[in-house]
Design a protein around this ligand. Structure first.
Ligand code: ADP
Ligand code: F6P
Length: 354
């Protein structure tokens, strides 16, 4: 078994509140086991360029409560090329990095699995506000981001109520409606629009007309960005034209990615970071750390990536070939479970509004 003397930690892809808490946990858990830690700056870009500094106990002081990532993040197309990958491997040799904890989303995990295949053991932590990693119930940053959405939407509702308006609010999530559907419930939205469920604009318009007729003054419609670039603005225009209710449009965008992580994200990031280090030191790699039913568990990265592709309907020829019928069945069940959860949340939102 490989002896770990020094590991690297990086944050990659879109930043997420709680990434700092995860870096702190990785650093302190490793140092406690006598393993040195190198902070790799700017995600895979820093791994290619050698933008790397040692992290001591005190270097991760006072960051658990901060949003963003003090290691900075980047999207690094060069890392997707064999040349970029080889540069990264050379950097690992130069800095004597024996293994890496990579915090990010599915793109980051694809990079991590490529590195593992080339002899650098990696473990991924799910750090993204989108909650679009099917193998985990929650990703680091998701809960904080939703709380930020709620705060913003509550403010919009105040002014909608004063002026008897509707507000269509677009929230991030890439292709996933996870943020939109939950914040829709919590904000008491009239409706939500998410890519996972066919959207019926006429039903929403009828609901708003009825609401106005019975004296309701404010209306909130939450739209996931996955509905498409102009969807929200067009919907706002359509609602105003067909209901007569003045309708504003707001895109919350990156506001939702910033801010201090909340308790849930800090705790989950800390537990996942510690768990990842323990697995790496045990000689395990090519794993993504997940939360399933409140428990922190490890899932094979390739299994997690294929599960994601199955859930998103993007399976490629041969993707399932390495898996046993029992594993494929498990993937199908997990996809069904997540679809059922999203459908049920969507129903709850619609049933409880108006
Ligand atoms: P996220 O990790 O949040 O999904 P990205 O999709 O931007 O964000 O991925 C983050 C980084 O991971 C990319 O900039 C790139 O360096 C690396 N990456 C993404 N896809 C791959 C891939 N197919 N192979 C190797 N590295 C990848
Ligand atoms: O993956 C996180 C995320 O914030 C998505 O919700 C969004 O689609 C994307 O990143 C935005 O990326 P960028 O920061 O590059 O604009």
């Amino acid at each position: 078994m490989k002896t770990f003397r020094r590991i690297g930690v990086l944050t990659s892809g879109g930043d997420a509140p709680g990434m700092n808490a995860a870096v702190r946990a990785v650093t302190r858990a490793a140092l406690a086991k006598g393993v040195e830690v190198m902070g790799i700056y700017r995600g895979y870009s820093g791994l290619i360029d050698g933008d790397i500094k040692p992290l001591g106990l005190r270097d991760v002081s006072n960051i658990i409560n901060h949003g963003g990532t003090f290691l900075y993040s980047d999207r690094c197309p060069e890392f997707k090329t064999e040349e970029g990958m080889q540069k990264a491997i050379a950097t690992c040799a130069e800095f004597q990095i024996d293994g890496i904890v990579a915090i990010g989303g599915d793109g980051t995990f694809r990079g991590a699995t490529d590195l593992t295949a080339r002899g650098i053991p990696c473990i991924g932590l799910p750090g993204t506000i989108d909650n679009d990693i099917t193998s985990t119930d929650a990703t680091i940053g998701f809960d904080t981001a939703m709380n930020t959405v709620i705060e913003m939407v509550d403010r919009l509702r105040d002014t909608c109520e004063s002026h008897a308006r509707c507000n269509v609010v677009e929230v991030m999530g890439r292709g996933a409606g996870d943020i939109a559907v939950r914040t829709g419930i919590a904000a008491g939205a009239t409706s939500v629009a998410i890519p996972e469920i066919p959207f019926d604009a006429n039903a929403v318009i009828e609901k708003i007309k009825h609401g106005r007729a019975v004296g309701k003054r404010n209306f909130i419609v939450i739209v996931s960005e996955g509905m498409g670039a102009d969807f929200s603005q067009n919907l706002a225009e359509q609602i105003e034209a067909q209901t007569g209710v003045e309708t504003k449009f707001a895109r919350l965008a990156h506001v939702v990615r910033g801010g201090n992580p909340n308790l849930r994200d800090r705790v989950m990031a800390s537990r996942m970071g510690e768990f990842a280090v323990d697995r790496l030191i045990e000689g395990k790699s090519n794993l993504v750390i997940c939360e399933n039913g409140g428990e922190i568990v490890a899932t094979d990265i390739n299994f997690a990536l294929i599960l994601d592709r199955m859930y998103k309907g993007k399976l490629k020829d041969g993707d399932l070939a390495p898996y046993t019928p029992a594993q494929i069945e498990e993937m199908k069940l997990r996809c069904e479970k997540k679809r059922a959860l999203i459908a049920s949340l969507y129903e709850t939102c619609n049933r409880l509004s108006l």
